[in-house]
Ligand binder design. Structure first.
Ligand SMILES: C[S@@+](CC[C@H](N)C(=O)[O-])C[C@H]1O[C@@H](n2cnc3c(N)ncnc32)[C@H](O)[C@@H]1O
Length: 472
């Protein structure tokens, strides 16, 4: 007879062996599964990467399309388009545009495909899709609506196109949205300034514009004067919209729009002009219309590349209050050139004009109007003064706001720009006791600090005279 204790011990041993085997099998199964999943993941990854590479080789345009989405790479698409345009690679340009269209909302894509196919005649542009406008829309709804409005009027009637765009600007203003183009008193002041410019002595004045948007200002310049406009726009979709409107207005021979960032495009434009007309490659006037903190970069080009006629050329800048062009205004009023005799002479004579936003007469902004007094003989002769701390701070805050506006999906409301910047401009520049003054007084003091003279009334004729005065 086997003792019970031995039986129990044997049973426990057998049971443990069984449990141990069971655990081992489970562990083995889990390990095998993990290895299998890992191997499958590797295989899927390899297939995806290889597939994408093959797809890219077969469809290079789709690569350009994907560039349209991401902020950094979008710049690459813009640079690519600029290079194609500047070097006359039409076919490549069309491919990049149609690739870009694939990555965009359908209504914008329709427009870009038409552009890339070279269909810019107004008849072919008419069925631009209708899209509802919302205040925060970031998918070119506002701009597509401007295009639709412009295309509804008779072809070859620039005045009617301007009126249609302006009416739409009013509607936008009433809805609390920023029309973004220089209509109303801004357009009047711009034309008055150009009217006061010195004669060129070589035919119609040539105007360079930075920031085409939908081409309102470019069309109003050529409609209200004999000028020719070269306008540059960083956003290829806006370029397509602007070209559509300009073609419909019958002004393609007087307004030329180029795609590209001013930083890359201006040196190329100047290179080309230097080859074509080495004796006088400069422009007679320039209208800068983007975010004011960026204007010093444009001023660098004016001073170093000789973009503007050495004396008597006009430099008009919009949004200098709204977007607080602090560094720019400082430089306009203080940059000097040292003459061989050692004497310091100012490069510009400037004044500021009070203007209103299109669609909201109560919404005040400033334009600066400057006249070149002399060219810069060589870079070392340029004398630049240190920017005061208050203006430095103002520039910093405005630049932060600009960066917010350029981030994908972010939106800076008109109200924010309207309230924050003027308050900063007033608040940062002066001592606390000045806050007891009216806003009007503070602005005047701020301009005095900058050495600028604010034109009290908004009388355009009087302004014309004053431009002549500063030029002489
Ligand atoms: C205020 S809108 C211009 C409005 C236009 N001048 C008008 O009054 O009809 C500014 C435009 O400048 C463009 N822009 C901004 N920075 C630029 C740059 N560095 N080079 C070219 N275009 C630029 C923007 O894409 C935008 O369309």
């Amino acid at each position: 007879m086997v003792p019970v204790s031995v039986v129990v011990v044997l049973a426990v041993v057998v049971l443990m062996d069984f449990v141990f085997d069971f655990i081992m099998v489970v562990v083995l199964v889990v390990v095998v599964l993990v290895v299998l999943v890992f191997l499958m993941a590797v295989v899927v990854l390899v297939l995806v990467v290889a597939g994408a590479a093959v797809h890219h080789l077969l469809h290079p345009n789709d690569h350009a399309a994907s560039l349209g989405n991401a902020g950094g790479t979008r710049l690459l698409t813009q640079a690519l388009l600029m290079a194609c345009e500047q070097h006359g690679h039409d076919q490549e340009e069309r491919r990049v545009l149609s690739g870009l269209a694939d990555a965009l909302p359908e209504e914008v894509a329709v427009l870009l495909r038409k552009t890339s196919a070279g269909l810019l005649s107004s008849a072919q542009m008419t069925n631009v899709p209708t899209v509802p406008i919302t205040r925060t829309s970031s998918s070119y709804r506002k701009e597509l609506s401007i295009l639709r409005r412009a295309l509804r009027v008779e072809p070859n009637s620039p005045d009617a196109v301007l009126e249609a765009m302006s009416d739409f600007g009013q509607e936008l203003g009433e809805a609390g949205a920023w029309a973004k183009f220089a209509g109303g008193s801004k357009a009047q002041s711009l034309l008055a300034a150009l009217g006061g410019a010195a004669p060129t002595g070589r035919g119609p004045p040539e105007v360079l514009e930075i920031g085409t948007y939908c081409s309102y200002s470019a069309i109003s310049i050529v409609t209200g004067s004999s000028a020719q406009v070269t306008s540059i726009e960083i956003d290829p979709i806006l370029v397509a919209i602007a070209r559509g409107i300009i073609t419909h207005a019958g002004l393609s021979s007087r307004v030329r729009v180029w795609t590209g960032h001013s930083r890359l495009l201006l040196p190329l434009l100047m290179q080309r002009r230097q080859q074509e007309r080495p004796a006088a490659p400069w422009f007679d006037a320039m209208f800068i219309d983007r975010w004011g903190t960026q204007y010093p970069e444009d001023l660098d080009f004016v001073e170093k590349l000789g973009l503007l006629r050495p004396s008597g050329a006009l430099l008009v800048a919009d949004n200098v209050l709204r977007t607080a062009a602090a560094h720019f205004l400082w430089r306009l009023t203080t940059d000097k050139v040292q003459q061989p005799s050692g004497k310091l002479q100012r490069i510009f004579a400037s004044r500021t004009v009070e203007v209103n936003e299109v669609g909201d007469a109560s919404d005040v902004d400033w334009m600066s109007v400057s006249v070149t007094l002399r060219g810069i003989p060589d870079e070392q002769a340029l004398v630049r003064e240190q920017v005061p701390d208050e203006l430095e701070e103002l520039q910093r805050v405005s630049e932060l706001m600009r960066l917010r506006t350029t981030k994908a999906g972010s939106f800076v409301s008109l109200a924010e720009i309207q309230t924050e910047i003027p308050q900063l401009l007033a608040g940062q520049c002066f001592f606390v006791f000045l806050l007891t003054l009216t806003l009007w007084d503070r602005r005047r003091l701020c301009l005095n600090l900058l050495g600028l003279d604010l034109h009290d009334d908004r009388c355009v004729e009087e302004q014309e005279v004053s431009i002549g005065d500063i030029a002489s």
